[in-house]
Design a protein around this ligand. Structure first.
Ligand SMILES: *Cc1c(COP(=O)(O)O)cnc(C)c1O
Length: 464
C-alpha cells in the first residue's frame, strides 16, 4: 500500500481524486506561504470546494426522490462544526442549522441563519431557552413529557409561531459505537416509543394539542447501518400516519428525520452517499416522499468530515522498542475521540515532506504521536506510511467534523488556527482565516488570571 494514493477505481474518482489533489495543493501552499513553520507547527484546513460539493449532493439526493414542491429543510447539526464561517458557507448553500444549546443557537444567529431555517433539539432545554426559541419562531422538538408541559405553559392556548413537535426514539437498536447509538432501548433521547403506553401517550399528546405539527427522530450516527436508520425513519413515518388517521386530518405536516449518515474514515471514498441513503429511504418508506409531508434533515458529520485536515509538523522522529515514533503537534487536543477510543475512531494519516509535498517511499509501520504528556496520546498506532522524519508534516485526514473544532484543553495546548482554502484561479491556493490560533495570553486569562489570589485570600475573607 502506498500512502497518498488517490483512489480512482471506486467510481467516485472525480470527487475523491479531486479532494486528494486539492489537499496536496493546500498543504504545499500552506508551507510555501509560511502558514505552517517552526513557530506555527499545527494548523487545521477546510476544503471549501469539498464542503460545497457535499452540500450540493445532499440537496440533489433529496430532490431526486421528493415530489415537486415538497418543502425540504436541511438543517446542519451545528455540533459537528461549531464555526460561524462554516455555518455561513452552508447557509449560502441553502442549508440551515440544527442547534442544541444556547451557544449553538448564538453561532447560528451570528452566521445569519434565519429562525425559520433553525431547529432546536437537545435533551435539556431550560425554560428560558424554550421561551427564546418560541419568541424567535424557531422550530422546537420536545424531548419528553416534562418539556412538553413547559411548552403547554408557554403556548398557553395561542397559536405558536414556532413549528413544534415531539422527538421519539423508535428503539430500533444500536450500532457499533455505543456512545453514539441514539435509538437503543434505554437511550436518553426522546420518548421511548416501545415502552409500555408510550405510543398511545404520544398519539394523545398530538390529539390534545392541535399545534403539534412535527414529528422528530434521529436514530443514526457513526457506526449505524443504513438499514437501521431507514427502519427508524419508517417507524416515525408510521406513527405520523397513525396520528393523522386518528386526528382525521393532516395534523403532522412535517417529519424531521434527523441526521447521522456514517462517514468512511478508511479511504478517500465518500460512502455511503446521500443518494444511496435517499434511494433506500424511498424503497423502505415510499410515502415519505410523495409530497404529503415536508421534510427536515439534520446531517452533521457527513457534510464536513471529509473536508477537514489537521496538519502537524514532526518535531522529533525517534524509535522505541523497534517502532518508529513521529512526535507531532497534533494529539488529544484536536483528536480527542481518536486518542481515547482509537478502536472506534481510527484516523488515516498522510505523510508530507518538509516542503509540503506528498512523501514518497516504502510504507513503514510507525506510531504518530501528539504533544500531550500521557502515553496514550497517539494520533495513529502502527500505521503504514512513508517514514516520517523531523521537519516533515503528518496530516490527520477526515477531521472536518468533531475534531479540531472540538478542542480539548489538555496540557493547556492552544486551539490551532482553522483556515479555509480554495483554488485561487491562477493554479494556486488561497486561504482565509475561519478561526485564528488561540494566543497563549488567552489561555492564561481563561484559566483564572483575573482571580489569581482567589484561593490564597479565601481563608481571611469574612464569613458569609
Ligand atoms: C448529533 C445530532 C445530529 C447530527 O448527527 P451526525 O452524526 O453528525 O450527522 C442530528 N440531530 C441530532 C438531534 C443530533 O443530536
Amino acid at each position: 500500500m502506498r500512502a497518498n494514493t488517490e483512489q480512482t477505481e471506486d467510481g467516485t474518482d472525480d470527487v475523491t481524486g479531486g479532494a486528494a489533489r486539492r489537499r496536496h495543493a493546500a498543504v504545499r501552499a500552506a508551507v510555501e506561504q509560511g502558514l505552517l513553520n517552526d513557530d506555527v507547527p499545527l494548523v487545521a484546513l477546510l476544503d471549501v470546494t469539498g464542503i460545497r460539493q457535499s452540500a450540493a449532493s445532499l440537496r440533489a439526493a433529496f430532490e431526486e426522490v421528493t415530489a415537486p414542491g415538497t418543502p425540504v429543510l436541511h438543517a446542519f447539526a451545528v455540533k459537528a462544526s461549531p464555526l460561524v464561517p462554516v455555518l455561513r458557507l452552508l447557509r449560502a448553500e441553502g442549508i440551515g442549522a440544527e442547534v442544541a444549546s444556547p451557544g449553538e443557537l448564538a453561532l447560528a444567529r451570528a452566521a445569519g441563519v434565519e429562525p425559520e431555517r433553525t431547529v432546536l433539539d437537545s435533551p435539556a432545554k431550560t425554560l428560558a431557552e424554550l421561551r427564546e426559541a418560541l419568541a424567535l419562531g424557531i422550530a422546537v422538538n420536545a424531548d419528553n413529557p416534562q418539556e412538553l408541559a413547559r411548552l403547554d405553559a408557554l403556548v398557553a392556548g395561542a397559536d405558536p409561531r414556532s413549528p413544534l413537535g415531539i422527538r421519539v426514539n423508535p428503539q430500533v437498536g444500536g450500532g457499533s459505537i455505543e456512545a453514539l447509538s441514539t435509538a437503543t432501548a434505554t437511550s436518553k433521547f426522546g420518548v421511548a416509543l416501545r415502552d409500555e403506553g408510550a405510543r398511545e401517550w404520544v398519539v394523545r399528546a398530538y390529539l390534545d394539542r392541535p399545534w403539534l405539527t412535527r414529528l422528530h427522530a434521529h436514530t443514526g450516527s457513526q457506526g449505524i447501518a443504513l438499514s437501521m436508520m431507514a427502519r427508524g425513519v419508517a417507524e416515525t413515518y408510521e406513527l405520523a400516519e397513525e396520528i393523522n388517521r386518528r386526528a382525521g386530518r393532516r395534523q403532522v405536516d412535517t417529519l424531521d428525520i434527523g441526521g447521522g449518515l456514517p462517514v468512511n474514515f478508511a479511504s478517500e471514498e465518500t460512502r455511503p452517499t446521500y443518494a444511496e441513503y435517499t434511494r433506500l429511504l424511498k424503497e423502505t418508506v415510499p410515502g415519505l416522499f410523495d409530497g404529503r409531508y415536508g421534510l427536515v434533515t439534520e446531517f452533521g458529520r457527513s457534510l464536513l468530515a471529509k473536508h477537514g485536515t489537521v496538519v502537524a509538523r514532526v518535531e522529533y522522529a525517534k524509535s522505541a522498542g523497534g517502532r518508529p515514533v513521529a512526535v507531532t503537534h497534533a494529539g488529544v487536543q484536536v483528536a480527542t475521540r481518536t486518542v481515547y477510543a482509537p478502536g472506534s475512531w481510527p484516523l488515516r494519516i498522510a505523510a508530507y515532506d518538509a516542503k509540503g509535498r506528498p512523501k514518497e517511499g516504502p510504507a513503514v509501520v510507525q506510531d504518530v504521536a501528539g504533544p500531550a504528556c500521557f502515553a496514550g496520546d497517539l494520533l495513529a498506532q502502527g500505521q503504514e506510511l512513508p517514514l516520517l522524519e523531523q521537519g516533515d508534516y503528518a496530516a490527520a485526514l477526515d477531521t472536518g467534523a468533531y475534531y479540531f473544532a472540538h478542542h480539548y484543553a489538555y496540557n493547556s495546548l492552544p486551539r490551532p488556527a482553522v483556515l479555509g482554502f480554495a483554488p485561487d484561479g491562477a493554479g494556486g491556493v488561497t486561504f482565509a482565516t475561519v478561526r485564528p490560533a488561540q494566543p497563549i495570553e488567552e489561555i492564561v486569562t481563561e484559566s483564572g488570571a483575573a482571580h489569581t489570589d482567589a484561593l490564597t485570600t479565601l481563608a481571611t475573607a469574612p464569613p458569609v
